[in-house]
Design a protein around this ligand. Sequence first.
Ligand SMILES: [Zn+2]
Length: 415
Amino acid sequence: MVKKQVDVLILNSNETITIDSPDTETGLGIIDNGGVAINKGKITLAASTDLLERKFRARRTMDAEDQIILPGFVDPHTHLIFAGAREAEFQLRIAGASYMDVLRKGGGIIETVNRTRQTSSESLFQSGKQRLDKCLESGSTTVEIKSGYGLRDDDELRILRTIQRLQKYHPCRTVSTFMGAHAVPPGETSSEYVLSVIDEMLPQIARAGLAEFCDVFCEQGAFDSAESARILGKARELGLKLKIHADQFTESGGAEIANKLHATSADHLVHSPTRQLEKMAETKVVPVVLPSSSLSVLTGENADARSMLTLGLPVALGTDFSPSNWMLGQLTVAALASRQLRMKASEIIRGITINAARALGLEKRVGSLHVGKDADLVTLRVPSHKWIGYTYGERIVDNVLIGGEWVVRDGKRIP
Ligand SMILES: [Zn+2]
């Protein structure tokens, strides 16, 4: 047989997790002693090493012995662009203050808004770049980023433009979400502010093509369900896709709005009523569960991921990286999902790959090693996929490729 030339061959992995042609036991499509052929940035084939060696020769071959290969992780929920940190507030929470109490007193999100407004676009871009480098080193190849620390039109636009600049100059794939309705700015009533989001910010952002999604913090002390529905309704009219911070601290009607408006995802869902979760099976809203965020607010409450899985919902997992939850790694989320949510390795792996891609409407492009998809993948130094969620605190990411190009080698970002 004449061997076909490809750009890259990765061979001899313990397991290649394709999440394609799912085997019945795990739904992961595992190939033992397999690998991947990549050409022109796309997956040409994921198959056994034997078959790949018979079919292809490559400009570059990598031996993935003692490693497993997976699709690059997708992080469907971050607040990655902001200035400063809130380590002092975390000490207050440890001492018993609640997240919403701190916010009501002008701390929390508002503290970060004040610092972000005073920070130059260049410095927001530089810190964004460093954080995206960390995402890559922890295996994430696609990351959603929300605005929401500007809370007035010029600053919200400035943050979205920073995300746009990162999209252009950083190899990590990013998805931009406008979240002007993250908190009510000091000195304004929520009804005044909702009007400025609807009449001023959203039309400008839609016109400039600065965001793919619109998100709202639907919660007591932030935006109620009527306000959230008005903002998201307007965003949909303007052609944006929808997300919502739903039922994080109280049952605030967020999941219901997500179902009514056919949002792409509903995130948090800690206090969502069962009937709304059941509806998601029909409305195709993707539930995004954020166990590290639940851990950081120190309420001891978690979303009921097991019930969602029993309902057959495609549960996605994300970091919810923000100044109140400083953590960028989907493998850390995996360790929490196994221990706090009792998710199995196979459920977690789908949660940080294909289901997270669904939460961003990117499931046709990334999230599995399906032939023709973008060649975004990660290799981990572990014996099998069952180590995901089992091991934690250990650096196991070895190689990360985006579009067939190496961005991380030996666990380190390649400059
Ligand atoms: Zn969030």
